[in-house]
Design a protein around this ligand. Structure first.
Ligand code: AHZ
Length: 320
């Protein structure tokens, strides 16, 4: 075993150890306290080796989720749980994954969801107050941190924080029709500095389904992108805006004014496969931008359920 690897048995041992802090409670004199020895290069190697191994592994991914807000995370959970064999890359432009769901509306903490969105809360073990038709989680961060911890524990998921999707990779299929076959990525800080620095070219994550010469390998399922980049903003609605530039048959609908009922219904109805170009799916508020649906404001039911719906559709794509 290399020095940069941790064995599975070691990890299991750590997670089942009873009262691990009891060892620290036994210390009487903290002046003699010492950590186990390490050299600086070991820390560098521990990080870089893993990061670059992951970059190598996920250079071809089965699923790329763009944007780690409430809708993207809900989808990531469903896909990773159902298909541990798929490689799932999550790309988040911010340092912190979670998007708008660290707090609820106007920083007011409590997260309100209409039933049946409580089913995802039950599934991941988040407590809530049951108010009949709707439920309240005492702090949105409880949902966000719980679902994140579950997703990051799946061995088939890699989260790239501080990384921006700057473009889509496209290819014609065997009938000459435009399809999406990957994402173009860059460090977010580089994306923000494109106008001030000389060009720093981006990187690419390719979707699975091709042979080494780049031709379509029909024996493999084609990978998919799920875009959940939220509503328009400095980065938001990115793939929606790009796909309508590439698809002559579609115009950007543009998010409409707030109407909770119509918005939540519309976002869930439209979540899933994009009809015009193969291999790309949408969920969450980005669907509202794409299809011209109302915004819902501070209620998160359709974020969770549209993510679950798109996630289940993607699971079905890989099992058909
Ligand atoms: O940082 C963004 C956020 O975490 C990320 N993102 C955006 N563009 C990106 C890009 N590359 C990589 N080009 C990108 N990451 O996408 C995430 C979107 O999360 P969100 O919480 O904004 O979107 P959501 O659709 O999951 O949830 C929307 C929540 C809203 S908005 C709203 C209203 O305005 O009425 N109401 C609700 C419930």
């Amino acid at each position: 075993m290399s020095t940069t690897q941790t064995s599975v048995s070691q990890l299991q041992l750590n997670s089942v150890a009873e009262n691990p802090l009891g060892e620290l409670a036994k210390i009487d004199n903290w002046n003699d306290f010492q950590f186990a020895p390490i050299r600086e290069a070991t820390v560098s190697r521990a990080m870089t080796s893993r990061y670059y191994q992951d970059m190598d592994k996920y250079a071809i991914s089965d699923v790329v989720i763009v944007g780690a807000g409430s809708s993207g995370l809900s989808a990531a959970y469903v896909i990773a749980k159902n298909r541990p064999d798929l490689k799932i890359a999550i790309i988040e432009q911010n340092l912190a994954p979670g998007g708008g769901c660290w707090v609820s509306g106007q920083l007011l903490s409590a997260m309100v969801l209409r039933k049946p969105a409580d089913l995802l809360l039950k599934e991941i073990g988040v407590e809530y107050e049951d108010q009949g038709d709707y439920v309240v989680v005492k702090h949105a961060a409880l949902f966000t941190s719980t679902i994140l911890s579950k997703i990051l524990a799946f061995p088939n998921v890699k989260l790239y924080n501080g990384t921006c999707v700057e473009d889509l990779v496209t290819k014609p299929n065997e009938h000459g029709k435009l399809t999406v076959s990957g994402v173009v990525t860059n460090w977010t800080l580089v994306t923000l500095a494109h106008d001030t620095q000389s060009c720093m070219d981006p990187n690419v994550i390719e979707l699975a389904g091709y042979s080494d010469d780049g031709s379509r390998d029909a024996t493999q399922k084609h990978g998919v992108i799920l875009s959940t980049t939220g509503h328009d903003g400095p980065f938001g609605a990115f793939c929606a805006k790009r796909i309508v530039q590439l698809d002559d048959n579609m115009k950007l609908g543009g998010m409409k004014g707030l109407d909770m009922n119509s918005a939540e219904r519309g976002v869930v109805n439209h979540a899933g496969k994009y009809p015009g170009v193969d291999n790309i799916y949408f969920a969450g508020m980005e669907s509202a931008e794409l299809y011209g649906i109302n915004r819902m404001g501070p209620i998160f039911s359709s974020m969770l359920i549209s993510g679950v719906k798109a996630g289940l559709e993607i699971v079905k794509h890989f099992s058909d």
